[in-house]
Design a protein around this ligand. Structure first.
Ligand code: DGL
Length: 280
């Protein structure tokens, strides 16, 4: 058997801002020994309402820098940036590039029962047509039957998530409006095609109903990171003494980034009280 190899270099992860932290969080859950350099391009956020060419330029600058700093893999933890830059990035860098769109499409194709899949995302992602193209290249006959794709841009979802509003009448009404065409089309699977949207999975599931399966681009991407590092012998070692570094960087205001980031990464446990045995 070949000797097991390891690579303790960091994984570079970037997004327009905090949304990609849903991807980083899942990577940390599944791969706790990996170091991560996360860049949130909050100086240019949101990407979702900008022309693709501009998003491509922002993405390239960040990814070039992460590669120059020795990252062993680049995770494009943003659907808009994946739509604008993934194909070029795969050619440009020697290290593996993991975009969020392909993993989500593969899962949706494997999940749908009636062949009707909804995709929700930012205006940039939906207008790029990248999800449609990726679905088309992953529905070969031997792979699965034809999949019909119904896309809806949900431009107000990101600002709602960033304001921390994921419950209540306003977001419920907005979600009902956005998802109405997907319900009418009878989709049985919905791709959360924006890394902010896992925080809205409760309201999206409520509106779509329990029979519809939600596919999170964040979760599927983290699984692809795991598989790729395993297959290429580049997982970090599990030495408990080695320090794992999680570094978060923001091109905009770090204080605002930090405040929002807590919502995406999950709150820290600040106190644990002891329950006497008699009460258990
Ligand atoms: N997280 C980004 C995405 O997945 C959306 C946020 C933005 O518009 O910048 O597309």
């Amino acid at each position: 058997m070949a000797e097991e190899t390891f690579d303790n270099a960091p994984i570079g992860v970037f997004d327009s801002g905090v949304g990609g932290l849903t991807v980083a969080r899942t990577i940390v859950d599944q791969l706790p020994h990996e170091s991560i350099i996360y860049v949130g391009d909050t100086a240019h956020s949101p990407y979702g309402d900008k022309p693709l060419e501009q998003v491509r330029e922002f993405s390239q600058a960040i990814a070039d820098d992460l590669v120059a700093r020795g990252c062993k893999m680049i995770v494009i933890a943003c659907n808009s940036a994946s739509a604008a830059f993934a194909a070029e990035a795969e050619q440009r860098y020697d290290v593996p590039v993991i975009p969020v769109i392909l993993p989500a499409v593969k899962r949706a194709v494997a999940t749908t029962r009636n062949g009707k899949v909804g995709v929700i995302g930012t205006t940039a992602t939906v207008e790029s047509g990248e999800y449609l193209r990726t679905f088309q290249s992953h529905t070969e006959p031997e792979n699965i039957r034809d999949v019909e794709v119904f896309s809806e841009a949900c431009p107000l979802f990101v600002p709602f998530v960033e304001r921390g509003i994921t419950t209540g009448r306003q977001i419920l009404g907005l979600t009902e409006n956005y998802l109405e065409p997907l319900k009418a089309a009878d989709v049985d699977t919905v791709v959360l095609g924006c890394t902010h949207y896992p925080l809205l999975s409760g309201v999206v599931q409520l509106v779509m109903g329990p029979e519809v399966t939600l596919v999170s681009s964040a979760e599927e991407t983290a699984k692809t990171v795991y598989r790729t590092l395993s297959e290429t012998g580049k997982l970090a070692d599990t030495d408990p003494v080695r320090e794992v570094s999680l570094s978060f960087e923001s091109t905009g205001d770090p204080a605002r980034f930090a405040a929002l980031a807590t919502r995406f990464l999950g709150p820290a446990i600040t106190s644990v009280s002891h329950i006497p045995e008699a009460l258990r």
